[in-house]
Ligand binder design. Structure first.
Ligand code: GLC
Ligand code: GLC
Length: 811
């Protein structure tokens, strides 16, 4: 069952009923100012940091779900309603929400009035613009009232919902004409305020929540709207809000448009005030002047569209299969951009308070983002590397505003350092910018303690080698990719963090996954060393790679698949010897992706075991059998009820590792089959089961042991976005940048007869035509002609900037 449809030409998903199974959301903003917005207008906005600079308030896990947002109430006689249905929930004669790239448009119609609200953040602007259009579709004149509404957050979203003894006394606002200024704490240490304005004369306003709603009402029944009369309230403490009242008279067929701006403004500390106690409004006025007319708004929207057109043009495919094309051309890169911007901070499953930027997460996000805006990827790599410690270890997270490592969580996740090699290698392959490797970068953000970025990569590589366990496999530390495999934790205290607790200290628990990751990044590291002229280092890296490969085959092979880990006591995790958790997905995907056992047959065996033991109709579960009880020696993985999250849930993040692994052994049919199981556009048809947005991936789909098998959770902010883009675009469709050229080696199923791919990279354009003559699905069998000349192998050498290169490929 569907709740809408894709409009590919407009690059939109069109939601046609407000009654979706869960709030379906979108993101506004591209660089510094962001909003999250549901299909009914719920959500909030913030400047840069969702915790420390939150403009509007939002209550997570509310009842009913998703109330609170930027609302526009239409009052028509005694009747009043909201175009997004919520929060008033008066039945609409029609409803539509268009989810676009960095904008959302919600339109509702009732009793001869159409109200449409377009929400977006213009490029280079620290504000949301809301363009509200009211149209009289009836035959008689309409005397309408329009009421706007936002509720301000007192900036620190965490403190805002805890510290009521203080917060209920500090709220302050100013009102000037049609503009409301929210200036809580501005009198003391803040030099920023929020502004909410409309480009028309107001008939009334409110800034005090209780005056607007009435003491006993929710957002669905504001007293002011019900009575049609603003109170002109000035908030003094309690809860500051912003609400405007506009009188709108419309002849039959007539429409009027209003532009609302909700923005963030900063003043230099010495220019905070206009007069004692009165905020300096100059920068706010400059901001508002840019959005006074609908023409200005239309131009800003057009610029935003162009921005996306340009970015998406880096990789475009035409396959004849709409569901594939729309993921690759539109939605997957869009989600990659959002995860790059947000990391794991603000979604409908992440409160914007808890987690900063992950070292591991952000590096992986780069894999799917780097081609969109390479310069921002470069900056991110240098930021991440600067949090690395001297011994090569890494803080697990860092704060976006300060860019410093987070001491509360600390380090000791032994996979973290290696991801820096992956992220950096992806960037250099995309751009050829070897100079980044020579940049001086701090350790632990200490300005005086620096080394080249390449040296950071070396410390990452060596961190693994300096931390090997009894079998010669990498020590796992607090956890590896699987945050919930906590083999030194041994926690029996409720509420204790599985990630930061280490009740046992030992050097025994080892990770086969990190070994696979090491073997996979070693060639990248060696190649980068080679390009730097460090041929001995390159040789050493290749030697270590080979040694690790042998170790995996010797101690990490369980007969039918790869072992997952050795626990604190040296017992296998993910082995036929175990009762639960006999096989786990990560080591199968990563070891084969790294090429381990491809020549000797273990690779295929491991993938067959995945198919036989882990695959379901909704994707591949993380482990089987699910852990039935809590294991002190395994940690959080066994804390989840069977079928959810890391305990046998379908982690859409690691499914693509298996897809890629399938292409490594040349099984394109399998790879594509697995991709289709989790790709949102393919799951759209079962939206009543999946329940989350059909245009983006979710982190997890409940596994077969779960009561709610097939139901997704944690949409948007997940490494799933980047990895699925890598799997489908670089391995299945098979167009992948490498240091010396573009590799073209599709590994596709018979159902894809031909492909036309345009890849723009390093200032040149590659027009690739793939003909699937069906000899073999194996990528290595592709035959290429470049500008009409046959070439050996599958590498198309980088062409000079400005060139257009024609590539013909037969598989
Ligand atoms: C979450 C974390 C990620 C981790 C994964 C598996 O997605 O953000 O870092 O790898 O869970 O535990
Ligand atoms: C990851 C896991 C989650 C765990 C969290 C702890 O996000 O997916 O289950 O609770 O890490 O940091």
């Amino acid at each position: 069952m569907r709740f809408g449809h894709f409009d590919d030409a407009a690059r939109e998903y069109v939601i046609t009923t407000p009654r979706t199974p869960y709030p379906w959301i979108n993101y506004l903003g591209t660089e510094e100012f962001f909003g999250i917005i549901s299909h009914t207008g719920g959500g909030y906005c913030f400047y840069r940091d969702a915790r420390l600079r939150r403009l509007t308030r939002y209550r997570y896990n509310n009842v009913p779900a998703d109330v609170g947002g930027r609302y526009y109430y239409v009052r028509d006689g005694a009747d009043f309603w909201t175009p997004g249905w919520k929060p008033v929930k008066r039945e609409l004669d029609s409803y539509q929400c268009r989810v676009g790239l960095s904008y959302t448009k919600i339109a509702g119609r009732r009793k001869g009035v159409l109200a449409e609200v377009l929400y977006f953040v213009p490029l280079g602007t620290n504000a949301e613009v809301h363009r509200v259009t009211l149209r009289n579709t009836s035959r008689s004149p309409k005397d309408l009232k329009l009421f706007s509404f936002v509720e301000f957050c007192l900036w620190d979203a965490n403190d805002d919902q805890n510290n009521y003894q203080r917060n209920l006394s500090i709220g302050e606002v100013e009102k000037d004409g049609s503009t409301i200024y929210h200036k809580t704490e501005y009198r003391e240490r803040r030099n920023h305020y929020a502004v909410y304005s409309v480009n028309a004369k107001v008939a009334g306003f409110d800034t005090d929540r209780e005056s607007f709603l009435g003491p006993d009402n929710g957002f669905g029944e504001p007293q002011v709207v019900a009575e049609g009369r603003s109170r002109n309230s000035l908030a003094s403490g309690w809860s500051p809000i912003g609400s405007h009242q506009l009188a709108v008279r419309l002849k039959p067929g007539e429409e009027k448009t209003f532009v609302f701006v909700l923005g963030y403004v900063e003043n230099p500390v010495e220019e905070k005030f206009e007069r004692p106690g009165v905020v300096n409004k100059k920068p706010a006025r400059e901001l508002l002047a840019r959005f006074q007319t609908t023409e200005q708004v239309d131009a800003a929207l057009a610029a935003l569209r162009d921005y996306w057109t340009q970015m998406l043009s880096k990789y475009q495919v035409k396959s004849g299969e709409k569901r594939l094309d729309r993921m690759v051309n539109i939605w997957n890169p869009y989600q990659c951009m959002v995860t790059f911007n947000m990391s794991r901070s603000a979604s409908y499953f992440e409160t914007g308070i808890g987690r900063g930027m992950g070292f591991r997460d952000s590096n992986q996000d780069l894999l799917g983002f780097v081609h969109l805006v390479p310069s921002r990827a470069r900056e991110r790599i240098l930021d991440i590397a600067a949090t690395q410690k001297e011994d090569g270890s890494a803080y697990h997270q860092y704060q976006p505003l300060t860019k410093r490592g987070n001491n509360d969580i600390g380090s000791g996740f032994n996979d973290d350092p290696l991801w820096l090699i992956s992220g950096t290698a992806a960037y250099v392959k995309e751009t050829g910018d070897l100079a980044i490797l020579k940049e001086q970068v701090s350790f632990d953000n200490q300005a005086r303690n620096t080394a080249t970025l390449f040296e950071h990569l070396k410390r990452s590589f060596d961190h693994v080698l300096k931390n090997l366990g009894p079998h010669g496999l990498p020590l796992i530390g607090r956890a590896d990719w699987n945050d919930c495999l906590n083999l030194n934790c041994f926690s029996d205290t409720p509420g204790e963090s599985f990630q930061t607790t280490g009740n046992r200290v030992g050097r025994t628990a080892e990770s086969v996954f990190i070994a696979g990751l090491f073997v996979q990044v070693a060639p990248d590291y060696a190649d980068l060393a080679g390009k730097m002229g460090f041929s001995d280092e390159a040789k050493r890296a290749r030697h270590e790679q080979q040694k690790m490969e042998e170790t995996v085959l010797q101690h990490g092979w369980d007969g039918g698949w790869f072992v997952r880990a050795y626990d604190f006591f040296g017992k296998k995790v993910g082995s036929k010897e175990c009762r639960d958790g006999q096989i786990l997905i990560e080591s199968q995907g990563y070891c084969v992706m790294a090429g381990i056992g491809v020549e000797t047959g273990q690779a295929r065996k491991a993938l067959d075991a995945v198919r036989d033991r882990l695959e379901t109709k909704h994707g591949i579960v993380l482990n089987q059998p699910a852990y039935q009880e809590y294991h002190l020696e395994l940690g959080e993985i066994s804390s989840y009820p069977p079928g959810y999250k890391e305990n046998a849930g379908i982690f859409c993040h690691n499914n693509p590792w298996v897809m890629i692994a399938e292409t490594v052994v040349g099984r394109g049919e399998r790879a594509f089959e697995l991709w289709k199981k989790i790709a949102p556009s393919y799951r759209e048809a079962i939206s009543e089961v999946h329940r989350l947005e059909p245009y983006v991936y979710a982190q997890m789909i409940a596994g077969k042991d779960a009561v709610r098998h097939g139901e997704a959770k944690n949409s948007w902010l997940t490494g799933t976005a980047a990895w699925n883009f890598v799997a489908i675009s670089q391995y299945i469709l098979g167009v992948k940048p490498e240091l010396d050229g573009l590799r073209v080696s599709p590994c596709i199923p018979a159902e894809l007869k031909q492909l036309a791919i345009v890849r723009r990279c390093r200032e040149a354009e590659y027009r690739i035509r793939v003909k699937n003559v069906g000899h073999l699905a194996a990528g290595r069998s592709a035959r290429l002609t470049v500008d009409g000349k046959p070439v050996d192998g599958q590498l198309v050498r980088w062409a000079p900037a400005g060139s257009v290169v024609k590539v013909d490929c037969e598989v």
